[in-house]
Ligand binder design. Sequence first.
Ligand SMILES: Nc1ncnc2c1ncn2[C@@H]1O[C@H](COP(=O)(O)OP(=O)(O)OP(=O)(O)O)[C@@H](O)[C@H]1O
Length: 262
Amino acid sequence: MSTPLLQLENVTIKFGGLTAVSELTTTIDEGQLVGLIGPNGAGKTTAFNMITGVYQPTSGTIRFAGKCTAGIKPSRLTAQGIARTFQNIRLFGSLSVLDNIRVAKQLHNTQNYLGSLWRGKGWRNSEATIEKDALELLEIFDLAKCRDEMATSLPYGDQRRLEIVRALATKPKLLLLDEPAAGMNPSEKDDLMHLIRFIKDRYQLAVLLVEHDMKVVMGICERIAVLEYGRKIAEGTPKEIQCHPKVIEAYLGAAATPIEHA
Ligand SMILES: Nc1ncnc2c1ncn2[C@@H]1O[C@H](COP(=O)(O)OP(=O)(O)OP(=O)(O)O)[C@@H](O)[C@H]1O
C-alpha cells in the first residue's frame, strides 16, 4: 500500500480549556477529493490551520508525503506542496490580477537576493518565465482579460476563482479550500463544482474541501469526514454520510430526515 499524501494521527489542539479538535485521525491519498464538514465551530478551519502549519497540534502527528510537519512554517509547507484558500477571500487587494499570481509564483523563484538586486540575465529570464506561466494560468481560468485590473475590483465569483488560481500557482500537491462556495449564487456554485473537478483532474491534485453547502460537498467529494465539537463522528462516501444517523443528528437534531444531496 502506498503512503497517503496527508496523514493525521490522533491530532488534538486545545485553546486553554477548549479542545477545538480532538484525536482526529484521517488520510488523504494523492488525487483524492475529500470533504470535511460539520456544524459551525466543529473545528474544520482549525484542522486546516494545523495542516498548513499556522497552529501546532497540542498532541498527535501530521505527515505530508510521509514526513512529519511539526514545527515547519506555513511558507515552507506551501513550498513543499500544501496550498490553501481562506473562508474570507484574502487577495492582495491593491495588486493587479496578474501580480497576485506572480507573487505566488515567486515561491519557486530560484533567483537569490543578490540576483534580484543586480537584475542580470538570470533574473530577467526568471521573471519572464514567471510572467509567462502566470499569464498561461490566467488564460486557462478565463481571467486573462482582467489581468491589469485590481484584484478586489473583480466580481465576487471571479475573486474566489482568482484565489484558487493563486493557490494553484504555488504548484501544490494538496489544495485546501475553506468554504469556497460561501456567498455564491446557485449558478456560481455550479461553476465552482466544475472548476474544482477540473483542477483536480488537470493538475492531479488532492483536494480537501471544507464547505457548508451540501449540494457542492455531496456532488463532488469522493469521501467525507464529519466533525462535531472537534471529534470525527463519521467518515465515508457521500451516500453513507447522507444517511448516517450521527451526522443527521449533528446537523438537524435526532428526529431528522436525511441530508439534502445533489
Ligand atoms: N485561536 C483560537 N483561540 C481560541 N479558540 C479558537 C481559536 N481558533 C478557533 N477557536 C475555537 O475552536 C472552535 C472551532 O473553531 P473553527 O473555526 O475551527 O470551527 P469551524 O468548524 O471552522 O466553524 P465554521 O463552520 O463556523 O467556520 C470554536 O469554538 C472556535 O471558537
